[in-house]
Design a protein around this ligand. Structure first.
Ligand SMILES: Cc1cc2nc3c(=O)[nH]c(=O)nc-3n(C[C@H](O)[C@H](O)[C@H](O)COP(=O)(O)OP(=O)(O)OC[C@H]3O[C@@H](n4cnc5c(N)ncnc54)[C@H](O)[C@@H]3O)c2cc1C
Length: 382
């Protein structure tokens, strides 16, 4: 395929469309999935390149209307990353005979897209998992359901929604797409290295039957923790500023290369609804800040608006100016900046233990960033 590696988002559109099934998604050395074509089977039909969203930039959409939202069900809100709006959208779809696709942990705590049809399974999709979710055959399954006339809600990162829409290639009135404002995604390999390291620190096996929470709100929404349970009943829960996995993620040490030049940034979205944390809500709508989580919902299409109006009695809502709502959420409009220590970190996690890899990389990157700043100031002065 013509696509440069750093532009491939791993969306699985090419894998899904191939009529000869000759594209496999294979992990590279960093653990990110990329398409690999079996040339002995490939018939050069070109469909993989024609639908690749990175090669064929989609048409820009309208700018959506933003709302601050809180799910009135406090229990669901506390289990959700932000204000718990995803659950309301998903419940509506399921209660109307539909199916919901989203990211869940599998039995090894890897993150994969799955399809659910019962509200009892919603807990599997609830909560952000800060690891790239593998799409697998979800696009194909979604298409089959759409063709049968079922309502489908497909949730995912903006690049996954872009991949789905390219793969489908036509409008479906029974499809609802929901994306997120996305900081970027680390690979499964770093997540598993972290879990192994944690198990060695706690001298206990990670409990694979209890889903970890990347957004444990017991320490507050704004100072959330990453919590992992062990088979001996112990639990690790550190706030995002202390937890080593979160430090790597938020310092941009382990994101997919395409996340540093993300094609989906900006407020013109392809999805019907965009969900995010309403960071800065205490300054914009102070009465909607209680540190339990407030969602920023951006309604991008008429279909999204109809759905939003239907679920609105179950939420506390305040319409806000879209540009203003994004002031505290730079991930909405600009890609994460490639850390000068990324390469070193991705090398070190295979050589050293997780803690050493982080400490060596973060200190190193702070020194490098400071030196670069000093150099820029000197250049400006002279
Ligand atoms: C990798 C990632 C980065 C994010 N970065 C930001 C950010 O920079 N700024 C911001 O404001 N918000 C960000 N979010 C979104 C935010 O964390 C919440 O997911 C969002 O506000 C929805 O919250 P909720 O309370 O409505 O529902 P929740 O129940 O918390 O959200 C569940 C939804 O997230 C989806 N999801 C979870 N993990 C993944 C995954 N790995 N890949 C694809 N979809 C996933 C589920 O399918 C479901 O749609 C990010 C989310 C993810 C997954």
């Amino acid at each position: 395929m013509k696509i440069e590696k750093e532009k491939c988002t791993g969306c699985h559109a090419c894998y899904s469309i191939c009529p000869k099934h000759c594209i496999e998604m294979q992990a590279d050395n960093d653990g990110f999935l990329y398409p690999k074509i079996d040339r002995t089977i490939c018939i050069n039909c070109g469909r993989c390149e024609n639908i690749c969203p990175a090669l064929n930039k989609p048409a820009p959409q309208k700018i959506g209307q933003a709302y601050a939202c809180i799910n009135k069900n406090d229990e669901v809100r506390m289990q959700s990353s932000s204000g718990g709006v995803f659950t309301l959208i998903a419940e509506y779809v399921i209660n109307n005979g539909g199916a919901v696709f989203g990211a869940a942990f599998d039995e090894n705590l890897s993150v994969r897209h799955i399809m659910i049809e019962s509200v009892n399974d919603l807990g599997k999709l609830r909560g952000s998992k800060y690891v790239q979710s593998s799409i697998g055959n979800s696009y194909k399954e979604a298409k089959n359901l759409l063709e049968c006339g079922r309502i489908v809600l497909f949730s995912g990162t903006p690049c996954q929604i872009s991949g789905l829409l390219s793969y489908l290639g036509k409008e479906y009135s029974n499809l609802i797409t929901q994306d997120l404002i996305c900081h970027g995604v680390p690979p499964a390999s770093v997540w598993h290295k972290y879990l192994d390291w944690l198990a060695s620190v706690y001298s206990a096996a990670v409990d694979q039957r209890t889903a970890p929470s990347f957004r444990d709100k017991s320490t507050g929404w704004k100072s959330y923790s990453l919590s992992v349970s062990f088979t001996d009943g112990k639990k690790s829960a550190k706030t995002f500023s202390e937890d080593l996995f979160m430090r790597a993620f938020l310092n941009d040490l382990d994101l997919r290369p395409s996340c540093y030049c993300c094609p989906s940034k900006g407020i013109q979205r392809q999805s019907d609804i965009t969900l995010a944390d309403f960071w800065g809500i205490e300054n914009i709508v102070p009465e909607m800040f209680d540190n339990k989580g407030t969602s920023l919902v951006i309604v991008n299409s008429d279909k999204g608006k109809q759905l939003f109006d239907t679920i609105s009695p179950q939420m506390i809502i305040k319409e806000v100016d879209t540009q203003q709502a994004l002031i505290y959420n730079p991930a909405a409009y600009k890609s994460s900046v490639l850390s000068p220590a990324r390469e070193r970190f991705m090398y070190l996690i295979n050589e050293a233990d997780f803690e050493k890899a982080i400490r060596k990389s973060i200190n190193n990157s702070i020194i490098k960033r400071t030196l670069r700043k000093i150099k820029r100031i000197i250049e400006r002065v002279y």
